[in-house]
Design a protein around this ligand. Structure first.
Ligand code: PAZ
Length: 375
């Protein structure tokens, strides 16, 4: 696709997909946040996190989603804060958040860490208080110094509108702006003109009640004629006309716009997720060459907490791996196969390795731009 064509695709996408209601409020918050930290000469990172939904109806009951809980994004945000960055955390609503992720409902429920003391007051169980205190101090310091801005999104459309607005606001930061795109963004969506207004029906009740799209109900609707089909019967006996066939369009590729238009001087880090280890590095390198940005972090679904690969222009591919009992054996230098994925979570968080390595590349990016070199 030529530059002109991708610009046209971008314009058409934003013109036809409405922005989220909270976009203006988020933009105001992000602008004030960026201005405050730019004045303090502080680096600002935009971290995107969690999955995007693809609504199947305008009044959305059903949607397509993906697996991402936002662990990578929320954990990365904490390490960026520790490294002195101010963080704009653009995240899927209700996904994991920095700091509170340690006590989410599924792991370490906060209520399980509390007890009633002898005076009838709620207190933290002594065994847990040290680790809670550590998280609490970091959380309170981030809040006190206004270092963390939380901006939620839900749908793929919301995400793209928010990303464009925040990226444009970050453009004046030049090379000290960092965009770290860890969200799991849908590649497909249903364009608004094909979206059903109301909940998709499994019967023809609407046609029966309102024949030929009339606005008042038929005087004697034959409800008993309502055609139903057995939702559990997926056999070929279910006629094609009764199946729900979802027709999705590709989401325009926005990385190009980000690199060339929205935040052209900032450092842009994208993530590439695959499940087949044989294509991961190839796909990461392809993405880098196609969009001409600064770093692709490749990871596999099954091993993403154990290892990632940095693919950057003019550099050797670099695997980062957390410590593993028994070492990495012959897996050193190649991605783990899904069947080699270790059980459970590693003791060390891989983001503790990723963020310092990204910050080092960001230093180099800033130095290069100060020397007047091309990005
Ligand atoms: O949210 P999570 O920690 O479960 O997963 C993180 C991730 C795999 C979504 C992220 O590391 C990633 O690869 N994001 C980009 C996905 C993609 O669109 O290719």
């Amino acid at each position: 696709m030529s530059a002109k064509e991708s610009l046209q695709a971008e314009d058409a996408y934003f013109a036809s997909n409405p922005p989220p209601k909270q976009l203006a409020a988020h933009t105001t918050l992000a602008e004030a946040f960026i201005t405050q930290h730019a004045a303090a000469n502080r680096r600002v990172v935009l971290v995107t996190s969690g999955g995007t939904t693809v609504p199947l109806e305008k009044n959305t009951v059903r949607f397509i989603d993906n697996f991402s809980a936002g662990t990578r994004g929320a954990t990365s945000a904490e390490y960026f804060l520790s490294a002195g960055y101010a963080v704009i955390f653009l995240h899927r609503q209700f996904s994991l958040l920095p700091y509170s992720r340690h006590y989410s409902h599924s792991t370490d429920c906060l209520l399980d860490l509390l007890h009633e003391d002898s005076d009838g007051r709620v207190a933290v169980r002594p065994d847990d208080s040290v680790r809670i205190l550590d998280v609490l101090r970091k959380y309170q310091s981030a809040r006190r110094d206004n270092m963390l801005l939380l901006l939620p999104f839900v749908t793929i459309g919301d995400y793209l509108h928010e990303l464009r607005s925040v990226a444009r606001l970050m453009a004046p930061l030049g090379s000290s702006g960092l965009l770290y795109l860890a969200a799991a963004v849908s590649d497909f969506f249903v364009p608004p003109e094909r979206l059903s207004e109301h909940k998709i029906q499994s019967t023809n009740i609407v046609e029966k009640l309102y024949p030929k799209n009339t606005s008042s109900p038929s005087p004697s609707p034959q409800i008993e004629d309502e055609e139903t089909f057995d939702n559990f019967d997926a056999s070929p006996r279910v006629p094609r006309s009764k199946r729900l066939i979802i027709d999705l369009d590709p989401v325009p590729k926005f990385l190009k716009s980000l690199v060339e238009g929205w935040a052209p001087l900032g450092m842009i880090v994208s993530f590439k997720l695959e499940t087949d280890p044989r294509i991961l590095v190839h796909k990461a390198r392809y993405s880098l060459e196609r969009y001409q940005h600064h770093l692709v972090v490749g990871n596999l679904l099954s091993t993403r907490k154990w290892e990632v690969v940095f693919v950057a222009p003019g550099r050797e591919d670099r695997w980062l791996r957390v410590a593993r009992h028994g070492g990495w054996g012959d897996a050193e230098g190649r991605p783990l196969r899904p069947d080699e994925a270790p059980e459970g979570d590693p003791e060390e968080e891989i983001e503790a390795l990723i963020i310092p390595a990204v910050a080092e590349l960001h230093d180099a990016h800033i130095a290069k731009s100060k020397n007047g070199e091309k990005k």
